[in-house]
Design a protein around this ligand. Structure first.
Ligand SMILES: [Zn+2]
Ligand SMILES: [Zn+2]
Ligand SMILES: [Zn+2]
Ligand SMILES: [Zn+2]
Length: 218
């Protein structure tokens, strides 16, 4: 597992200090806030929804809110209760074909669509980085749950976000330029770095190409 460089290796005990990533002057008293700062510099989080061009996020909570708000929603028709539809577009198509909304102004239709959506607190464990669904399924089965192979599995959205965040943070840390790593006092971390390197390679091997693109854009 990759880690954010240790605060004391970067600050050398001096506060505030120059951040080797953004060259800003940073005040970070704890590893936790330093970690958050580094991940923000690396713009670690990316919306993985297909067809979404929101791109990279500096802040985990902003990315999570974006995903929940824009992608983890369902739409049901308020006119006939049909649904749920998985996208605004499919509800819009339904309104057009079944409720003759073509004569209504576009902003009225948009309001109808908006008013017909609700947040979903759960997500399917689809992960572009690993076989998360099989893991969840195996865990549920070994915990005594009887799942047929066609049963649809969902997990709490917070768990889904935590899982994706882990991969994304690892990818972002993987992209830290080696020159920065070398400049840090890594003597004491030498053995740990060697182990980490093998994990870098493993993480790298499973990267889908679109994520690689984002990594190299950093
Ligand atoms: Zn910085
Ligand atoms: Zn998005
Ligand atoms: Zn309807
Ligand atoms: Zn995963």
């Amino acid at each position: 597992m990759l880690h954010v460089p240790r605060l004391e290796d970067v600050s050398h005990g001096v506060q505030p200090f120059e951040c080797p990533f953004c060259f800003g002057i940073v005040q970070a008293k704890r590893q936790h806030s330093w970690r958050k700062h580094v991940l923000s510099d690396l713009r670690a989080y990316v919306c993985i929804s297909p067809d979404c061009d929101a791109g990279l996020f500096e802040d985990k909570t902003v990315w999570q809110a974006h995903d929940a708000e824009c992608h983890q929603r369902q739409w049901s028709c308020n006119q006939c209760r049909l649904g749920p539809f998985s996208s605004a577009e499919s509800l819009r198509n339904h309104l057009r074909s079944s409720h003759e909304v073509d004569d209504l102004p576009e902003d009225v239709v948009a309001k109808m669509v908006d008013a017909s959506s609700h947040a979903v607190p759960e997500a399917a464990p689809d992960c572009p980085f690993c076989d998360f669904e099989s893991d969840v399924r195996r865990e549920a089965t070994s915990g005594g749950q009887d799942l047929s192979s066609s049963a649809q599995i969902v997990i709490p959205l917070v768990d889904y976000h935590r899982h994706l965040a882990f991969h994304q943070e690892q990818l972002a840390l993987f992209a830290i330029p080696p020159a920065i790593e070398r400049n840090l006092d890594s003597e004491s971390n030498h053995d740990r770095d060697k182990v980490d390197h093998q994990e870098h390679v493993q993480v790298c091997a499973v990267l889908p190409t679109f994520v690689m693109r984002y990594v190299y854009e950093l």
